[in-house]
Design a protein around this ligand. Structure first.
Ligand code: APR
Length: 249
């Protein structure tokens, strides 16, 4: 794959790079995306039951068990080369921000030491009633949600459900980094979910060189400076070699 000279130059000279990932970044790890026509996560996943507070309130045991099953499935999968490139980039360059919409924790498993998780993480928990973070040993029985040790309420997965606010500090950090970076790389994002979808626009308004990695067109096509049409797991290692002139560590 031949990359545009301007893209290589921008990435080599960047003082601050943001990598912004969506479900497409984990697709080659075997994690279904949400809105692709094939293998869509939503085919056998009732968002109303499993991704809303009302759904959890109505049937906490069933929802808690479902998330336990998803955690087990994710544990059996592994980060792909796209995750490994983003981790290597953060460890090599001076200022790299990783912002993800994904809750799978694959960036951390690939070696990223700081990840802004806009939609939470399936491996973390909080109190359903008061929202304070809570610890839970995922190895104990997951038949029923445990109770919060602070207030006795039920625990829930610390992920953002539909119609819930994004974690304020995470989104503030994400907006700041996006508006102040030199290069913003959107990887595997459909940009159909607000407000995460505003980040690439923020970046463009801030003067960043906007790159998109996606096998399909998105609304970002119109404003991206560079559209890399293809799979993240294939393109990212090639981009690493073109910029750093070395094999991925
Ligand atoms: N490499 C790169 N991109 C890919 C790949 C791949 N191998 N496979 C699919 N894609 C692209 C698809 O073309 C699509 O544009 O990844 C994107 C996935 O889009 P969605 O399934 O909508 O996922 P995402 O953009 O992360 O959704 C945002 O919506 O359902 C909520 O909370 C959920 O975080 C999620 C949010």
């Amino acid at each position: 794959m031949q990359f545009d000279d301007q893209l290589i130059k921008r990435l080599r000279e960047a003082q601050h790079v943001v990598f912004f990932s969506g479900a497409g970044a984990s697709a080659e790890s075997g994690v279904p995306t949400f809105r692709d026509s094939h293998n869509s996560f939503w085919v056998d996943f009732d968002a109303g039951t499993f991704a809303t507070a009302s759904g959890y309130y109505a049937n906490p045991d069933r929802v808690w068990q479902w998330y336990a099953e998803q955690r087990l499935k994710l544990r059996a999968l592994t980060p792909n080369p796209a995750h490994r490139v983003i981790a290597a980039w953060q460890n090599k360059a001076s200022n790299v921000t990783v912002i993800t919409q994904n809750i799978d924790g694959f960036h951390q498993r690939a070696g990223n030491h700081k990840v802004i998780e806009l939609h939470g993480n399936i491996g973390t928990y909080k109190c359903f009633d008061h929202g304070h973070p809570a610890e839970h040993d995922a190895n104990i029985s997951d038949e029923k949600p445990p109770h919060c040790q602070q207030c006795g309420g039920l625990l829930r997965p610390d992920v953002v459900w539909f119609s819930e606010e994004l974690p304020a500090e995470a989104f503030t950090q994400a907006k700041h980094s996006s508006a102040n970076c030199d290069v913003f790389v959107s990887i595997g994002c459909s940009l159909e979910v607000y407000p995460a979808s505003t980040l690439p626009i923020n970046a463009a308004h801030g003067g960043a060189y906007l790159v998109q990695v996606n096998p399909h067109a998105t609304l970002l096509d119109e404003i991206a400076d560079c559209n890399l049409r293809g799979k993240a797991g294939e393109i990212m290692p090639l981009l690493w070699q073109a910029v750093w002139r070395e094999q991925l560590p």
